[in-house]
Write a protein that binds this ligand. Structure first.
Ligand SMILES: Cc1cc2nc3c(=O)[nH]c(=O)nc-3n(C[C@H](O)[C@H](O)[C@H](O)COP(=O)(O)O)c2cc1C
Length: 170
């Protein structure tokens, strides 16, 4: 029944310190203004799950539609089986406050430290406090520039869409 929540925005989750890994995630949600916190639901079987458990940090990177090929690769291969980074055309760069790297090509990198873990069936909901953010031109004074196309998962499977630049006022 979760398919009725779609379309959902799609992000890249970076985890791991010595050998970092990137996975794709739709299930990312803001959960607190003060302190700033967000949560991400990671399946127990994901390699990312063990990396976040080990290092207690992760980065939520915000891709645009130009990175769709990498978004798909990061969401279909597992870092447990191969060095996924070699298959991606993404560059890992030093983050500001966490040991986990950020992604140069993404328009924002939100650095998080895990403050809580909630078991939710076959996923763990990792709640992270946001300790730093870096961003590109797609954000001006904290607001997204809708001329950039952020990645959105239209429905389960290989079905993606993006926002338009149209704005509506209630
Ligand atoms: C568009 C898309 C969204 C996804 N969202 C999630 C998610 O929110 N949570 C999750 O656990 N897996 C999600 N996945 C699946 C993981 O990205 C996938 O299992 C990946 O291979 C795990 O990589 P890892 O084993 O290297 O951590 C998604 C996959 C795709 C393609």
């Amino acid at each position: 029944m979760l398919e009725y929540l779609y379309p959902l925005r799609t992000y890249l989750i970076v985890s791991g310190v010595e050998k970092p890994n990137v996975m794709t995630a739709d299930w990312v949600v803001p959960v607190s203004f003060e302190p700033q916190m967000l949560g991400v639901a990671i399946g127990h079987t994901r390699y990312t799950h063990s990396l976040i458990k080990d290092c207690g940090e992760f980065v939520v990177a915000v891709p645009t539609i130009e990175l769709l090929k990498d978004v798909w690769t990061a969401g279909t291969l597992s870092g447990a089986k191969e060095d996924k980074i070699k298959k991606l055309s993404l560059s890992l760069i030093k983050s500001k406050k966490v040991r986990v790297p950020s992604i140069r090509e993404c328009q924002a990198n939100i650095e998080c430290r895990v403050v809580e873990e909630v078991e939710t069936g076959d996923h763990t909901f990792f709640v992270g406090e946001i300790v730093a953010v870096t961003h590109g031109d797609a954000f001006v004074e904290g607001k997204p520039d809708l001329n950039y196309k952020f990645v959105m998962h239209a429905s389960f499977g290989k079905n993606f869409t993006a926002n338009s630049s149209e704005k509506y006022k209630p």
